[in-house]
Design a protein. Structure first.
Lengths: 340, 239, 292
């Protein structure tokens, strides 16, 4: 009798293995379908605060994707992305608060400004490798809140107090409250940006970018203009994180210097590693981790919240040293081998 | 064979991840002799060398002086008296020539012994004496190869494994190096196991040779015989 | 002029702190080839252990050396137990692990000893040396200890067999194995030593900035700044770099308008960026020759 159940069990595994292998080429569409199925009805199923959190998770996913483009795909280590996030957020806040610009226009403007900022930062960064680049970007992250608090800029930045923004209402009189509307809006933006990223990465430019990460000397020898591509990647990466920042500012309704400290850069970095370097879909998983796990940790133990978070992160890295994306790849490979 | 086997490998299968690269190799290296492993690129020569030192996942039996070493850690195998000059030389580029040589003797004490050994290395490679305090990464390819061999000599090994010592070197330098290897074998009584793509050179130097093709030994015998062999001459010696 | 001199000396004093931290950072870099963000927290935790021992009436120097030993063991164990499983993981995962360690140690310290600041005794006393409150005895003592440590480390790495073996293991683990070096032990030893040096830094710094779980955060930054400016491959450079950072930070704070205490940190970091752009391997670092 035991023999029969064992063979039925292995047959089942083999079946799922074969299914996974057959479906693997379409996995991106499957994930998309799954995501849509779960995402679309959410705002009507859960409480407003949770909708807000989900929206913020999507914002972080975009920011993490930005970091991934630079660090994951291009191999340039950045601990300074909180600065670009801050620039995006403040751009949106100032435009909406002082110049009455509509919220949807702030996104592209923030994107362009951050692209320029990123590109300009990327230029001197060309000379720096690995740990040195990390430190330079680190400096940027730490400096940003302090620059934002500087008195000569207070007229625009609102100094330590920051700026308060009003949440936009749903357009066309749709029966959605502001939180729900922002949820769908953010989702649309996220989807669009993810698709763009995916196209970029699969294109010739994307290949050049990845070649620089894998072996920059060889890439150069093959005619890839290192300076141009590295700075451009910095710019695009900053663009993504800047747009995320703008969205984030709108979602949170508030920007202040101390919201954009080095801790944010660390969170983005952790999100990158957890999701999987070089994985676009992983960014969402990473965002979830950095948004929700600290909350969970606090529930487990108020006094030792940090320790619990740290331990969970350690365990995650042990289980998935290459992030969730790495784990998925491993599983698919194992099934592929088993079903042969 | 009249001389006892120093290293015996039986049924070696080696893997890189899931890919099997060696399919049941049998090898035997005589004490005091020079053995060479020939084959084209990708035949598995480097993998064989790395299997001996425990640097790659392998199954099978490897006995050094009768003692089973398969499965042991690289650093423990090395301490038994096997020196490995790896592919790409493995020089400590940021350290000086002096430090590189001293590292060869790091597992034993005795300052006087080490100084004498360094002198002996200089005897074979006078150029290294000039470069003694230079950063190893600034040496030319040929000099780095000499440094790598010198470092291996500092271990006072019984067996020296060399992975493509002629790689990337000018023909004159290669001649120099191979002459020195022959001298080393005769004077220091170090057995050599040499992996080479340059079949002509290797067959001139060695006593005994193996030919590897896609992870399998296809020919074995005294070097003299392989050199005369029709097929080898056409495929590997070019005439 | 008087003010300038005073600020320079004050800068040297604070720079001594940064130099000490920078030394610990370079130490671990030499051993494991990357930077450990949790280093500051480990130093802080060690200092708390020393404080606890002193609270239990253990005399200062006994507490000092016990803490050094405990820190060494702690660093060794962290490497063997926590870092070992991810030895072959990509470097980004290592950095994430350091971040996790940071969080755990910081939180643990706060939980055990709480967040009120505590005073930590100095073995050198608080009176002034060189008269007129220019340099306190503690600052002088701290400089002395840092320099001694530096000399010790220099000699250790340059002239001892273990020092050479450690450098080799960090530089090229595979080649190190081929000469018989037990690379894993070297790594763990490096961590132990770095932890001990960090403990020294912490115990020297605490009398000045007061002991609390977040005391090392900005010190670590300045330490990184000093290490990078000096060159990550040079312990001497790290010390000089640390002192330089201290001096410049002080001068900037005094003489440049708008630079209040908040911006002092940014100045230090702007310095790093500047030095790195001009001389990517730091003032005293050895640039590595890359042969293709």
């Amino acid at each position: 009798m035991a023999m029969k159940t064992r063979s039925a069990f292995t047959d089942l595994i083999a079946f799922f293995g074969a299914l996974a292998v057959a479906l693997a080429p379409y996995r991106r569409w499957l994930i998309l379908g799954l995501v849509l199925l779960i995402v679309l009805p959410m705002p009507f199923v859960v409480k407003n605060f949770f909708v807000f959190q989900l929206t913020l998770a999507m914002v972080y996913a975009i920011a993490i994707l930005g970091l991934n483009l630079l660090t994951g795909f291009n191999g340039q280590f950045s601990l300074g992305h909180s600065a670009f996030y801050a620039i995006g957020a403040y751009t949106a806040a100032i435009l909406m608060d002082q110049y009455d610009v509509a919220y949807y226009w702030t996104l592209p403007i923030a994107g362009i400004i951050c692209f320029v900022a990123g590109f300009l930062f990327g230029l001197p960064a060309l000379r720096l490798e690995g740990i040195y680049l990390a430190l330079a970007t680190f400096a940027l992250a730490v400096a940003m809140p302090q620059i934002l608090k500087l008195s000569p800029f207070e007229h625009w930045t609102g100094g330590v107090q920051g700026i308060v923004i009003l949440k936009p209402n749903a357009p066309f009189g749709l029966p959605l409250n502001p939180d729900q509307w922002l949820y769908y809006f953010t989702f649309a933006v996220m989807l669009a940006l993810f698709l763009c990223a995916y196209n970029l990465v699969s294109s010739r430019t994307g290949r050049a970018i990845k070649a620089i990460r894998d072996n920059s000397i060889a890439a150069k020898a093959m005619g890839v203009n290192l300076s141009l591509y590295k700075s451009l990647t910095f710019g695009v990466s900053a663009l993504y994180t800047g747009v995320a920042g703008a969205l984030g500012g709108i979602v949170v309704q508030f920007v202040a210097p101390d919201s954009f400290t080095f801790a944010l850069s660390v969170a983005l970095f952790v999100g990158l590693v957890v999701g999987g370097v070089g994985s676009i879909a992983g960014a969402l998983f990473g965002a979830w981790f950095v948004l929700f796990v600290p909350n969970i940790a606090e529930h487990v133990s108020k006094g030792l919240a940090g320790a619990v978070y740290g331990i969970m992160l350690i365990l995650l890295i042990y289980l998935m040293p290459s992030g969730l994306a790495g784990l998925v790849r491993l599983v698919v490979m194992r099934f592929a081998r088993a079903s042969r | 064979m009249t001389r006892p086997a120093l290293l015996e490998a039986k049924n070696i299968c080696a893997y890189y991840g899931a890919t099997q690269v060696l399919h049941g190799l049998d090898l035997s290296i005589a004490e005091g002799g020079i053995t060479t492993l020939l084959g084209a690129n990708g035949a598995g020569k480097t993998t064989m060398l790395r299997s001996v030192c425990g640097m790659v996942r392998a199954t099978g039996e490897i006995r050094f002086r009768g003692r089973q070493i398969a499965g042991e850690a690289t650093e423990d195998i090395v301490r038994l008296g096997i020196a490995h000059v790896p592919e790409g030389r493995g020089t400590f580029v940021r350290l000086t020539v002096e430090e590189n040589l001293h590292l060869g003797a790091i597992t034993r004490g005795g300052k006087a012994g080490i100084a004498a050994d360094v002198e002996r290395v200089f005897g074979y490679f006078p150029r290294l004496r000039e470069r003694y305090r230079q950063q190893a990464g600034t040496l030319s390819g040929g000099e780095q190869q000499m440094l790598a061999i010198g470092r291996a000599m500092m271990l006072r090994p019984t067996l020296m494994l060399l992975d493509e010592p002629s790689f990337g070197l000018a023909p004159l330098i290669v001649q120099e190096v191979f002459t020195i290897l022959k001298q080393m074998n005769e004077r220091e009584k170090v057995s050599l196991f040499l992996v080479e793509q340059n079949a002509a050179l290797a067959l001139d130097l060695a006593d005994h040779a193996y030919l590897l093709e896609t992870g399998r030994v296809v020919m074995a015998g005294p070097a003299r015989e392989l050199r005369e062999d029709e097929n080898i001459r056409r495929a590997y010696l070019g005439y | 002029m008087e003010l300038f001199l005073h600020q320079v000396l004050a800068g040297i004093a604070t720079g001594g702190i940064y130099a000490c931290m920078a030394l610990a950072i370079v130490m671990i870099y030499q051993a494991i080839d990357h930077l450990n963000f949790a280093q500051g927290e480990m130093a802080m935790f060690s200092t708390f252990i020393a404080w606890q021992l002193i609270q239990w009436e253990v005399p200062y120097w006994a507490a000092f050396f016990i803490t050094l030993a405990v820190s060494f063991a702690g660093g060794y164990l962290i490497e063997r137990i926590i870092m070992k499983p991810i030895h072959n993981a990509p470097i980004l995962s290592h950095v994430a692990l350091f971040i996790a360690l940071f969080a755990v140690i910081n939180s643990l310290a706060g939980f055990i000893w709480e967040y009120q600041i505590k005073s930590f005794p100095s073995p050198f006393g608080t009176h002034s040396v060189l008269g007129e409150g220019l340099i306190s005895a503690h600052d002088a003592g701290m400089t002395g200890v840092t320099v001694t440590l530096l000399v010790f480390l220099f000699l250790f790495f340059r002239y001892t067999r273990i020092g050479l073996a450690m450098r080799a293991a960090a530089a090229n683990p595979e080649s190190a194995r081929l000469v018989g070096i037990r690379v894993e032990w070297m790594l763990a030893l490096g961590w132990g030593m770095a932890a001990s040096i960090g403990a020294v830094a912490g115990m020297l710094i605490a009398p000045v900035v007061f002991l609390e779980p977040n005391m090392m955060a900005s010190i670590l930054l300045y330490g990184f700044a000093g290490a990078v400016v000096g060159g990550l491959t040079s312990p001497g450079g790290a010390v000089i770099g640390g002192v330089l950072v201290g001096i410049i930070e002080n001068l900037a704070g005094t003489f440049i308008p708008y630079v209040g205490s908040e911006l002092k940190l940014s100045i230090a970091l702007a310095l790093i960026v500047f030095v790195l752009t001009v001389k990517p391997s730091g003032l005293f670092g050895r640039s590595v020759v890359h042969r293709v």
